[in-house]
Design a protein around this ligand. Structure first.
Ligand code: GLY
Length: 344
């Protein structure tokens, strides 16, 4: 996957260079209502673009929003040689990437992620898409951004919940990577972040994702490692959505990591001590996801929709230890119920 990832020191210069790589005939910038007000002023002078804005939050990640972006591109005279710049969190980079990849069978796009979650995960690696029929990212394509520009200045205005949400994906990268990285992550004060240190950790975290995606861009094997915590996390998120409870993606992933590390410990020998350290960190940082045993069947059913599954069997990514990745691990309904008991 040919994706130019830039850890930016000068947003204006880096964006001009990234636009220069594409040489577009017309420029469009996609924001949501929040990034239009907070972030668009920071790049407006670097690009003479038509602004397109969609609603904020994951609720706007719909077919209707997508159609509104296609309409705005069409009305604005976009051609195959135009460029879309997605300025926002994961919802904007996912939906914008999908809009660009399908408009006139595909135009180039650049991601400028403005949340920690989008910087370390969503904006990198070419997964694009929208939610559909209550299922997250159900419709989409793999299609790489021409450039991804990471500028951690956007994090200074991000609220603590969203910093913590993105941090869960960094924790996942530490778990699939090595002990040193995980220890650094567990020792970092995420409630009072040192932004210079955080920027270094973001760069390391993105490198982990880049390495995995370079080896397996279409998720045939190793890339499934990036789903650690997500089989259960997505089920928690979908349950919360159905019950009108607001849950940030990273929080659900953090809770899902604890569950899937429990399965890793019972099935693959993941060290119990590390499980307890991560579980403690997650409890202190993200609190607890409340559900009752009456919801186990529903959670199990939601896990059967996971995109890693085949032939109706739930496939987990588990770990034999930190950095010891075991993909395509199956667990029975009883194993999953026991895991939910542990989590409770
Ligand atoms: N968010 C997981 C991946 O990009 O594969």
């Amino acid at each position: 996957m040919n994706q130019n990832i830039i850890i930016s020191r000068n947003l204006h210069a880096d964006l001009s260079a990234a636009i220069g790589r594409v040489q577009p005939d017309r420029l469009f910038v996609l924001t949501d209502t929040t990034t239009r007000d907070l972030c668009w002023p920071l790049i407006r002078e670097s690009c003479d673009a038509t602004l397109i804005t969609i609603g904020a939050t994951d609720e706007a990640k719909t077919l209707d929003s997508l159609a509104s972006v296609w309409t705005a591109l069409g009305d604005g005279g976009a051609t195959r040689h135009s460029l879309l710049i997605n300025l926002g969190g994961g919802m904007v980079t996912d939906l914008g990437g999908f809009a660009a990849s399908t408009f006139k069978r595909g135009i180039a796009y650049i991601n400028i992620p403005t949340t920690l979650l989008a910087m370390v995960d969503a904006s990198v690696g070419g997964k694009t898409g929208i939610n559909f029929r209550g299922l997250k990212n159900e419709i989409g394509v793999f299609s790489a951004a021409s450039s991804v520009i990471l500028d951690t200045q956007f994090l200074h205005t991000l609220d603590s919940e969203n910093i913590r949400s993105g941090y869960a994906e960094m924790l996942k990268h530490g778990l699939i990577s090595d002990e040193t990285m995980l220890t650094e992550l567990l020792g970092f004060d995420i409630f009072h972040p040192d932004f210079v240190h955080l920027k270094e950790m973001v760069a390391k975290s993105v490198k982990v994702k880049e390495r995995v995606v370079a080896e397996d861009p279409l998720e045939q094997g190793l890339r499934k490692a990036l789903n650690l915590g997500h089989t259960v996390g997505h089920a928690f998120e979908s349950l919360a959505l159905a019950e009108n409870r607001t849950v940030l993606h990273g929080y659900a992933v953090a809770w899902g990591l604890v569950c899937e590390l429990y399965l890793s410990a019972t099935r693959c020998g993941f060290p119990a001590e590390r499980l307890h350290q991560v579980a403690q960190f997650v409890k202190e940082t993200y609190g607890h996801f409340a559900f009752t045993c009456r919801e186990y069947d529903r959670l199990y059913e939601l896990m059967t929709h996971d995109k890693k599954n085949s032939a109706g069997i739930i496939n987990f990514t588990l770990l034999g230890g930190v950095g010891d990745i075991r993909i395509n691990q199956q667990a029975s309904r009883d194993d999953i119920f026991e895991m939910l008991d542990y989590y409770q």
